[in-house]
Design a protein around this ligand. Sequence first.
Ligand code: HT7
Ligand code: ZN
Length: 872
Amino acid sequence: PSVIYLKDYQTPAFLVESTALRFELEEEQALVRSQVQYTRNPDSADRLRPLILDGHESLELHRLSIDGEVLNEQDYRRQGEQLIISELPDSFVLECVTRIEPQNNTALEGLYKSDGMFCTQCEAEGFRRITFYQDRPDVMAVFETTVVADKQSYPVLLSNGNNVDSGEEDDGRHWVRWQDPFPKPAYLFALVAGNLEFIEDQYTTASGRDVVLRIFAEAKDLDKLDHAMLSLKRSMQWDEQVYGREYDLDIFMVVAVDFFNMGAMENKGLNIFNTSCVLAHPETTVDTGFQRVEGVVGHEYFHNWSGNRVTCRDWFQLSLKEGFTVFRDAEFSADMNSRTVKRIEDVTLLRTAQFAEDSGPMAHAVRPASFIEISNFYTLTVYEKGAEIVRMLHTLLGEHKFRQGSDLYFKRHDGQAVTTDDFVQAMADVSGRDMTRFKLWYSQAGTPRVAVSGEYDAASQRYTLHMRQSCSPTPEMETKQPFLIPVAMGLLDQHGRDITLASGNTTEVLELVSTEQSFVFENIPVEPVPSLLRGFSAPVKLSFPYDQEQLVFLMQHDSDGFNRWDAAQQLAVSILQKLITDYQQGSPLVLDNALIDAYRLVMSDVSLDKAMVAKVLSLPSEAYLSELSDEIDVDAIYQVRKFVRQTLAKALESEFLSLYQSNCSGDSYSPDAASVARRSLKNLALSYLMATERTEYLALARDQFAQADNMTDSQAALSLVAHSVHEQAADELLEQFYQRWQNESLVVNQWLAIQAANTREAGLQRVEKLLTHPAYDASNPNKIRSLVAVFCAQNLPNFHNLDGSGYRFLADQIIVLNKQNPQIASRLLTPLTRWKQYSEARQSLMKAELERIGNSGDLSKDVYEVLSKSLA
Ligand code: HT7
Ligand code: ZN
C-alpha cells in the first residue's frame, strides 16, 4: 500500500458547485445517481490536470456521462481506487450511476445497514464507497439529496439540511428530498432510512431563530433520549455564551444506531450516534454513561462550527477540528460538572493511553507527516494531545485573547478548508505573539520530559527553579527542537498558603523555551514548596524531587485541586514502584504507613468535595504503572497493586465502612454532579471493603445489588462480587443480571465487559465461551469492544498468560476482523504493538503472533500499516 505525504498536498484540479444525489434503496442493492457540477479550479496553474475521482473497488459503475453524453470505457481510466478523466472542459455536469450493496457492507464505512436501517459513515473516506467523487475535505459543495425507499419498512428518510419536498410512488415506495445550503465536504454527508421514532424539542437561538431538535431511535429506546436532548440544549446555549456561536439550520437531528465503528459523527444537521453515546436512562445507564452522553452530544454539536463551518484542508489537519472540539467539549463538561474532576479524568487518560501511544511504534505528531490509512490516525494523539495544544494556547493567551483568536479564526475562515497553521495564526494575530516555536507541538511527536529542581538562598530570599527539557526519539524523528512549554506554578509557604509572586498573582505561567532555563523568584521569605504544572498546563512528564512529606503537604494545602490529587498520585506511585522492586527481588511486601496516613487524612478532610475524595483514594491504575515502567512486569504490577489495595482496605476498614454508610442515601436517582460524586465515593468505599474478602461485605454488596434503583449502584455491586473470591455468588448475580437485562443491548455489553475483565484464572476460557453466547454478535463493534478489547486491555494476568494463549486469541480475532471490519481490526491490534516493552519471553510470543497476522494473507491497509510499523 502507498504512503501519502503531507508535503505532496496539491489543491484539487476541479471545484464542485453543487452535488445532487438520488438513492434508490432496496433490500439487495442501492442505486446511487450523482449529478455534480464541476468547474476547473482557478488556483491550479496546470490547466491540463485531469479530474481524479475516488471510488472504492466495491463500486459497480453503471453509467457515466458528461453534460448528458455517455462516456465509453476509453474515455476514462479506473486505476486502483481512482477514476481519471482527462481533456475536460472548464465547466460541466458529470452524472454517475453506481450500484452498491449496503446489506453486505460489514466494514461500516459508506452506506451500510445497522439492525435493519440504512445509515452512513463517510468520515474519513467513506463517501467513495457510495459514488465516484473527489472525496477530500477541501472540495466543498452544497448538496441536494433524494432518498427513495419502501414506505412501510423505511418510513423515516433523512439527510443533511432541510426537508424541501416529499412524495409517494404507486408501488408502496416514497421519497423525501433534503437540501443543505451550507457547502460541505463529502465526509459530512449523511443518510438514514429506517423504522424510527423520535422525540422533539425546540431551541430559540440568541438571535431569536427557532430550531427544531429531533432525536431518532428505535421505538424501544424512545424512553432513553431525554438526557441527550437536555445535553443538546445545554450545548447550544453554552456555545452561544462561551464562543458566540449559534446553530445555523432550521432543524438539528440526531439518530441512534447500534452498529458503529466509533462514538458518533457530526454530519451537518444530521448527527449519527453509536447508541452507547446517546441512550441514557437511570435504570440502564451508569453515571459515567450519562456523562459520556453529555460530552459526546456536546462534542458533535460543537463540530458544527469547529469542523463543519470551518473544516480541514486535508486529513493531516485532522486535529484542527478534533483537538479544538475536544478542548471545547472538555470545557463544556467542566462547566456542567466538577472542573477539577473532569481535568483529573482527562489527564489520567492522556498520561496512560496517549503517553503510551507517543512512546510506541505508532507514535506520530499531532499533525502527522504521512499515513497509509487515515482511519489509523483517529488517535489519542490527534484528539487528546491536540486538545492539550489548544489548552496551552488558552493558557498562554488568557481567556479574553483566546476568545478573540477564536472569533477571528471563525470569521476569517468561515466556509473554508484550512490548516492548523491557520488556527495558530489567528491566535498569533490577536495576541501579537510569534508562535513559531509553539507550532512544534503540531509537528514533533513524543512526550517531552521536564526535570525541575529548586534552589533557595535564605540570605537573598531568592528561590530559583531550574528546568531542563528533553524528548526521546520517535519513529522518523531522531532529534527534537525544544518545545515552548507553559508551566503554570505557585509557591507554598510553610503554612501551605500561596505566596504572592512578583506579578501580584499566586499562580504564574513560566514559559520554558530552551533545553535548560532557570526562573528566579525574589522576596521569598521562607524556603517554599513549589506547586508545578498546575492544572496540568502542558502534556509533559514533569519531575521534581519531592520527598513524601512534601507530597502529603501538597495533598493537604495546594490551592490547585488538580495538583492536590496529583501529589497523592505521585505518593502512591513512588510507594507502589518501590514495592514492585521488592516483589521482583522476592522481598516481603510491607506497605509504607505514609500512604495509609495520607488516605486517612483525605477521608477526614471536610473541605474536599466527594468526587475529589473518590479520585484521591483511587490507586494509580495498572495501565498507568505500566506506562511508567521501562519494562512492564505484568505480574509484579498486578500483585503489588492488589496487595496495596488489600492492605489499605484492612488498615482503614472502619473508615471505609463509615464512608460507605454516610454516603448511602434514599434519594431517587439524579445524574447531577453532587449525586454522582456521592455514589462514586460510596462505591469506592464498597470496593475497598470487598477487598478485605470478609463475608459481611459480600452481604453488603448483595444487598446493594438487590435494592439498587439505578444501574450505577447495581453494576458497581455486580462487578465487585463478580471479581471477588466469592465465586458462587459471582455466578448467581451474573446470571440474575443477565436474566433481567438480556433485552437491553447496552446493558448486556456491560455484562460482557465485567466478565472479560475478571482476572480470576481461566479468564480466556470464559471469554471464549461468551463468544458463542447468544448475547454476543461478532459483527457488532460494541460487542467486540466489550468482550475482546476489554479482555486484552484490562485483564492483564489472563491476556499476558505466559502460555501465549491470550496473544493467540487476539491474533485469531484480528485475522477474521481484518476482512470483515478493518477499522476495528487495526484498533484491536494496539496491545500487541507494545511488545517491545515486555520481558523477553512475552516479547517473542507477541512478536510471533504479529508475524502470524502478517502471514495470514491479504491484509487491509488499516492492519498492514499498524502491523508493519510495529514490526519495524
Ligand atoms: N469526527 C468523527 C470521526 C468518526 C470516524 C472516523 C473514522 C471512522 C469512523 C468514524 N466515526 C466517526 C467523530 C468525532 O470526532 O466527532
Ligand atoms: Zn470530533
